[in-house]
Design a protein around this ligand. Structure first.
Ligand SMILES: [Zn+2]
Length: 488
């Protein structure tokens, strides 16, 4: 889905017509509280056919003349389209012009082989971006969907469930390929503080089924650690999808791959080795890293150092707080990663890293951002005498702004963090390091924290000036946010 456009003023003086419109809205607000002045509302009926290869869609639109598009859809993949009653529907480029307010179409939903990555092979269906033809969604616009699937078929779609077979879809950053799945699946809830995340385990092509009794407690603990940052999970409607996965490329990791998709509702997706043990999963950082991405809104794709950096910082901090890493191990991992990123030949700045091959600069992308997150966290704790921290400011960010339907800019995010904390900490860091080549200089900070690299390990110095801040960052939470190992 395209990025929703922000409303902007034209800068012209108010015309009489505009004044009249404003007065009308004021009167309606004062005297007609029942009248909803929100965004557009469109009603879709989606039927998955028995062959599981096609959907039939009826879209009743909010306006008489609208253009619909699907970001990855092609008109040639529509087997049929027509107006519902009176009206006319025509294909214009790769969009549909609907005159009369309603269109019916039938679409093929199996992904073409060429578009499948190694993790997108059948029987996963093409995401809704390929077959759900929508008007541009802005602000409060909503698409209300009624979904019908063949009996015995489970539906996984990135839409918000609001009732039996009824969903809502709103504007989203449109990052990643949404997942659609129609078939057998195991579903449960992950309870994190007051949030209930929906968990779906999908069958895989090979490797056998996943063990719910191993996978669920692992995700529950990881989501709980991320929820402990702000006292609540940043998005109570997130969907968690787990598929069996093997990958020689990712070596022995019990979780070969994980990622966050923000096209429709936020989805966190993991590939897990079916034979992975409870111990191996607990010691793996992937789940905490992926859930930690939800602590921030989606930041521009060319500023990955922010989202990857903050998630990489928290993966170490939270595994230490959860007692899975010792304080020393967490610092050791951070120091080792910083040093590896520092070895980049021909270093680029964090903001320019997107112009280089990802594999050449990936360490710099992840760990420059993590170093900046650490710098901000320490400085905020220092200037506020421990009243504020990265945790407290992200808690406020979650309250005001998450989940966010749009794409943020790094400068905008850092400005917001400073506004929320009341301390000018993050923007000065952005100005100093975002456009400077290489890793931000982190050595003097580590020294002040009392983290002293020694051979391949680190020593922690309790007499260092910022050693109390160092201890506070990694300190274990008193009450674990979720009970471990409980299957609901
Ligand atoms: Zn990541």
């Amino acid at each position: 889905m395209n990025q929703p456009k922000q409303a902007h003023s034209s800068g012209r003086a108010a015309s009489p017509g505009r004044l009249y419109g404003g007065l009308l809205i004021l009167l309606q607000t004062l005297f007609l509280p029942g009248l909803v002045l929100g965004g557009a509302s469109h009603d879709y009926s989606v039927t998955v056919l028995e062959d599981l290869d096609h959907v039939e869609v009826e879209a009743r639109l909010d306006a008489e003349d609208m253009r619909l598009s699907a970001p990855r859809g092609r008109l040639r993949r529509l087997e049929h389209f027509a107006a519902c009653e009176a009206g006319r529907v025509s294909g214009v480029g790769d969009s549909l012009r609907v005159i009369g307010g309603c269109v019916r179409y039938r679409a093929f939903i199996r992904p073409s082989k060429q578009t499948l990555s190694s993790y997108r092979r059948p029987p996963t269906f093409a995401g809704h971006e390929s077959w759900l033809w929508l008007p541009m969604l802005r602000g409060d616009d909503v698409v209300r969907l009624r979904l019908t699937v063949p009996s015995g078929t489970h539906a996984v779609v990135p839409w918000r469930l609001v009732g039996d077979g009824r969903y809502e879809l709103r504007a989203s950053p449109g990052s990643g390929d949404a997942i659609a799945w129609f078939g057998p699946a195991t579903t449960r809830q992950i309870v994190v503080l007051d949030a209930k995340l929906s968990l779906t385990l999908l069958p895989g092509e090979k490797g056998g089924p996943l063990n719910l009794f191993v996978v669920k407690p692992w995700l529950e603990e990881a989501a709980g650690l991320v929820g402990s940052v702000g006292g609540r999970f940043p998005n109570s409607h997130v969907q968690v999808l787990v598929e069996p996965g093997e990958s020689a490329f990712f070596g022995d990791s019990p979780v070969p791959f994980g990622h966050v998709i923000r096209s429709g509702e936020e989805v966190v997706r993991f590939f897990v080795k079916p034979q992975a043990t409870t111990k191996a999963l607990r010691e793996d950082w992937t789940a905490v890293h992926e859930f930690a991405h939800l602590l921030l809104p989606y930041v521009r794709d060319d500023q990955k150092w922010i989202s990857e950096g903050f998630a990489s910082y928290y993966q170490n901090v939270l595994l230490a707080r959860g007692g899975i890493y010792s304080e020393r191990e967490a610092w050791q991992r951070l120091v080792r990663s910083f040093a590896q990123a520092d070895k980049s030949t021909r270093p680029t700045s964090p903001n320019d890293a997107h112009m280089r091959s990802f594999w050449d600069v990936r360490m710099l992308i992840y760990w420059s951002g993590a170093a900046i997150a650490l710098m901000g966290d320490v400085e905020l704790r220092r200037v506020s005498n421990g009243e504020e921290s990265l945790d407290t400011v992200l808690s406020k960010l979650a309250s005001c702004c998450l989940p966010s339907a749009r794409v943020w800019d790094g400068r905008e995010l850092f400005t917001k963090l400073d506004e929320l904390s009341g301390h000018g900490v993050f923007m000065p860091l952005y100005d100093k390091h975002a456009n400077a080549p290489g890793m931000p200089p982190y050595q003097s900070l580590l020294e002040a924290l009392g983290v002293k690299p020694k051979d391949k390990s680190v020593n922690l110095d309790g007499t260092a000036p910022l050693s109390q801040i160092r201890e506070a960052i990694m300190r274990e939470r008193k009450t674990p946010p979720v009970a471990r190992g409980v299957i609901r």
